[in-house]
Design a protein around this ligand. Sequence first.
Ligand SMILES: [Fe+2]
Length: 605
Amino acid sequence: MAGIKERQLQRLQPLIFKLESCMVILGISAYYHDSAAVLLKDGVLVGACQEERFTRVKHDPSLPIRSVKWLLSEAKLTLDDVDQVVFYEKPLLKFERILATGVAYFPWSWRIFPAQMHAWLGDKLWMQSNILKGLNIPKQKLLFSEHHLSHASSAFFPSPFEKAAILTIDGVGEWATTGLWQGNGNTVTPIAEIRYPHSLGMFYSSITAHLGFAVNSGEYKVMGMAAFGTPIFMEQMEELLILHPDGSFTLNLDYFQYHLHPREPMTSKAVDLLGDKRHPASEFDPLSEDPILRETSLHFANIAASAQRRLEQALLHLLKHAKDQTGEENLCLAGGVALNASANRVIAESGLFENVWAQPAAGDAGGALGAALWAWHMLHDNQERIQQRVDLGRSWEREETKMFFNDFGLQFTDQEANLVEQASEDLAEGKIVAWMQGRFEWGPRALGYRSILADPSNKKTADTINEMVKFRELFRPFAPMCLEKEASVYFDIPKASLPMLPYMLCTVGVREEKREEIPAVTHVDGSARLQLINEDNHPMMNSLLQAFKEKTGLPILLNTSFNMKGDAMVSSPVDAVATFRQSNIDVMYIDGFRIERSLKGKTNN
Ligand SMILES: [Fe+2]
């Protein structure tokens, strides 16, 4: 492991000299999924956004041209003003891994290897020239970070800690799938890594596919499903994922073939071990009165619960080692696996670390932020750390929105002066409220800038939102947002989880005596993916929750993302109106304007 740091420093040395005068840094992630761009101007975060928010293509992997364009206009800059463009990984190292894996496993890799070569030789291998051409920048401005270094930087540099252990966990980057790092001031230092094909992200994604969901997007559903099950397949999971005394893990490759097969991540031996795969279109209802449907559903829920438990065991195993190696009190997390809110709860409750923070955009989109911060802190040797906000996306001018409403004949009222009062009244009356205010969020969660809000005390509200608005699976839970000062009345909150709670990255337990009061946001296992709101982190939502509490006694609202199933979250007033028209949302607020469902399409007088 000692060699990694030396190699990294050797590569950085010539660049440190060149970059002393850089002030404007553009971070980019692209070409796999969830592409994103981030702009740092003199160490200040101008903005950060995923390309899907502009193109409306969910998980859009393309070069984030639209995001870059918006970021530059927001900063009143042009590409000529950008000193450095930092890509979040090293494409050639990634290609080396694909090539080496294909050759090492030949002839068993014959199914996947030609497809990978086609993709890489056709387009991906020319990533550098594609970026240069796409952004129209000279070669000397482009720099490449490393995948897990970008994740580690995104986890530590925006965190509230001066020193911390860092764990990066995902499917795979160039070679690494898991990284242990130490963060101190303006530096992250690698300690150990685990390499492909052994990967916790791939383990969970393979189970996701076995349970009939799409890899890279259905993982949340497995987490939701797990709450209905009992982990009775632990023996099988221990056979699949092996923990070693040195703190590492391996996957038993008799059961996994994601490195060999483009569509089937698990072998037929895994089917012998776990039973048949779940068909994607099959119904899932573990509470059904039909005994056959109930039993089948419970079988898959038990697999989900067992895989979730095994993932948590593996994370604790890694983290015990991390604690021994670093002796740190604080922990930072990033990489797609860090979005697993149930696992984050287990980590927070383990007592291994006093405080746990995770990057809100923990997946590959967050790599754009990490790449920019790596350059800012480690190449430019800047000490001052940024403060992580989440409203980092674009906002729209109210006048522009008003003109759009008028052009499309939408009847609206301007409630800017009494927005909180009117919206809290709608919510207290049981209406489903679409809420678009200010800049949109960074990361995959709706955090009160592009949200659908409702009263959490009525279970039917959740079913209505699932069936009539979001058109998604009934077993998936909704999340509560709660006034921070009132939260301990309703939730059991482990102290270590507090830094993660403004970002909805960790589940907590709903107090048993309170579960009936907030059934729409209490999952079947008594957990909730809580978001804590206070005056500092979200003043507008703080006021809305306060007003809702005055009317109903509850300092809590149901919060889910403002989009339809399969769509990216809305960004602009146009997206918001389109989604509102297709759904059964009762009322919509856009930057203080109010539109009612009964008045959809009617002209303002
Ligand atoms: Fe990643």
